[in-house]
Design a protein around this ligand. Structure first.
Ligand SMILES: Cc1cc2nc3c(=O)[nH]c(=O)nc-3n(C[C@H](O)[C@H](O)[C@H](O)COP(=O)(O)OP(=O)(O)OC[C@H]3O[C@@H](n4cnc5c(N)ncnc54)[C@H](O)[C@@H]3O)c2cc1C
Length: 382
């Protein structure tokens, strides 16, 4: 059976997230962007409403929402500000490898921390020398008695300055590439862990992005999420689950771009008529509608596959790659519809354009998504 109707509960969830975005995110988004400031009080209120880490299973104190519910919420939050939404979603990104791991004690402890209080968590795989080539990471891990000792540096980590714990990927030997990678949960207050440079970004400026430095950080064996070789698999399984969230963020940017553009096009007059009457403007707006709707279908299908336990690397990458590229094009056209005003900070669309760009970069660039897709397609048709 194929259906596009949302359940009563899902409609209620969307309404809650939409109202929250309208009341709490939209009024402060421009200021947070300008000052590169994350509004912790908004995060706390989102947490109170169950909009943070909502996919955490009930067994660990979470709401146990499914992925379709989650992408519906992400789209609503992203409509208001993808900077604020990214920080909220990054906590889910950090929770996911814990959820997917087999370490029951770590699940109870670390997922429990997220469901008890509105704290932050981070997912840390990227390094100065290893982003797209994640298997080339250099952060080292060595066993010492019952502990593991980590040394290295993680960069561009969302929520890094605010997190209470991190999922850190490290290798026993860089030459082993993916076969050497392990995964751990590391507490913020572990001696040797410090936060480095906070990034000054082009867009999504409300979200916190910083470096995590690990100097002889001693992690107990009970914090091991995945052993040698399994760490890389866990990192990739996580992305299969979370990439549709980026597509959902793209939907939020596109719906906002579309609505702002329609409103402006109906008001702004040139050559004696509203610009909405010029076919060239109509076509830009029509494209926005097409791209938004097509992305939404991909995102919902990707989420549906997750909820039904299907293999979903490829569709997750479709939704992320298509959504990110579409959002960039749509937000750029929104600036075009606004003309000179679109370039000014007085109007909301220049922020949408700056915010959209990183969707093509984080959680695997648009090129990396195409590598994943091509690999899967060749395997399918071999
Ligand atoms: C705002 C922000 C937040 C982030 N948050 C996090 C986070 O929370 N946790 C985390 O771990 N990381 C995070 N990242 C890091 C992000 O995932 C990486 O920046 C991204 O994966 C790209 O890696 P890179 O920057 O090293 O680029 P590179 O890997 O150096 O890529 C540079 C360019 O080369 C292209 N390229 C590279 N290899 C290939 C290839 N084989 N074929 C074709 N093209 C290729 C890329 O597509 C890109 O265009 C964040 C980044 C940003 C900007």
């Amino acid at each position: 059976m194929l259906g596009f109707e949302l359940s009563e509960e899902q409609n209620a969830l969307v309404q809650t997230a939409r109202q929250f975005t309208k009341d709490r995110i939209i009024p402060i988004a421009a200021e947070c962007d300008q000052h590169s400031k994350f509004p912790k009080d908004v995060y706390e209120q989102a947490w109170e409403l169950g909009l943070v880490g909502s996919v955490i299973p009930e067994a660990y104190g979470g709401a146990g929402l499914n992925e379709l519910d989650n992408v519906l919420v992400v789209e609503e939050l992203a409509y208001g500000c993808t900077g604020i939404q990214t920080s909220i979603t990054a906590t889910t990104l950090a929770a996911m490898p814990v959820i997917l791991s087999e370490n029951e004690a770590a699940k109870k402890k670390y997922l429990g921390m997220l469901t008890k209080k509105p704290i932050f968590a981070s997912y840390a795989i990227t390094e100065p020398g290893a982003g797209s080539d994640a298997a080339g990471l250099q952060t080292r891990v060595r066993k010492d008695g019952n502990d593991y000792v980590l040394n290295g540096q993680k960069c561009f980590i969302t929520n890094a300055s605010m997190a209470d714990w991190y999922v850190v990927f490290a290798t026993t030997n860089p030459e082993l590439r993916h076969r050497g990678i392990m995964a751990f949960v590391v507490d913020r207050d572990t001696p040797g862990l410090s936060i480095g440079k906070k990034e000054d970004k082009m867009g999504q400026r409300a979200s916190d992005t910083a470096t995590v430095i690990l100097e002889d950080v001693r992690v107990p064996a009970e914090n091991l999420l995945a052993g040698e070789g399994d760490g890389f698999k866990l990192a990739m399984m996580t992305f299969d689950r979370t990439r549709p969230d980026i597509g959902a963020g793209a939907c939020g940017i596109m719906r906002r771009s579309l609505e702002e553009s329609i409103r402006y096009a109906l008001e702004r007059k040139t050559f004696g008529t509203a610009i909405a009457n010029h076919q060239a403007v109509q076509f830009m707006i029509a494209e926005m509608g097409i791209k938004y709707e097509a992305t939404r279908l991909l995102v919902h299908k990707a989420a549906w596959q997750i909820d039904h336990g299907s293999r979903n690397s490829m569709i997750a990458s479709y939704s992320k790659a298509f959504g990110a590229d579409a959002a960039m094009a749509v937000a750029t056209d929104a600036v075009q519809v606004f003309g000179g005003n679109g370039y000014m900070k007085e109007y909301p669309v220049e922020k949408l354009m700056r915010d959209a760009k990183v969707l093509q970069i984080y959680e695997g660039t648009s090129q990396v998504q195409r590598m994943v897709i091509a690999k899967n397609l060749f395997a399918m048709y071999k």
